[in-house]
Each structure stands twice: as C-alpha cells, then as structure tokens.
Design a protein around this ligand. Structure first.
Ligand SMILES: [Zn+2]
Length: 87
C-alpha cells in the first residue's frame, strides 16, 4: 500500500495512480449534507477510484476500498495513509 497521498490539482485520469487524490470542484455540494463528498481517491492498494467524504479526508472516519478484490481499510492522516486492520 502506498503510504503517502499525492494530491492532484487538475483532473488528469492517467495520473490517478494508487494513492492519488483529486479534490472535487464541487466539494461539499454533493451527497450527505452532514458529510458531503469531497474528493476522488485512487485506492492506495489497488488503484480503484472511489469518492471519499469530508470526514474521510479529514481522518475522522476510515476509508474502505470499494473493489470486491481489495479489502484495504485505512485512515487518512495529514496526507498519510494509515492502514487499519479489518474488524
Ligand atoms: Zn483497493
């Protein structure tokens, strides 16, 4: 698993390697008002793209990869990926 996130400021699909984050242009406007979608993250383990919320990028709740073939669970802390053991 990649240990450090790489924040892209421009949406460049070819550069969405594992551990890359792209902050949505409409961050905070979509999804649950309490915890809106904030960014697209390429799973640091398998590279599957998924939306993450404000609480997830703020490290308040863990991120779980959406891929069936990957069981990555981690917390984002100061742009670092902190792996979390499955329950
Ligand atoms: Zn994954």
């Amino acid at each position: 698993m990649v240990a450090e996130l790489n924040i892209l400021t421009e949406w460049i699909p070819e550069q969405m390697e594992p551990g890359t984050v792209f902050i949505l242009e409409n961050a905070g406007e979509v999804g649950n008002q309490e915890d809106p979608y904030w960014a697209v993250l390429a799973c640091p383990q398998c590279g599957t793209l998924g939306l993450i919320t404000r609480r997830q990028i703020g490290g308040l709740i863990p991120v779980i990869c959406g891929s069936d073939k990957c069981s990555a669970q981690f917390v984002i802390k100061d742009e670092q990926v902190v792996p979390r053991k499955p329950n």
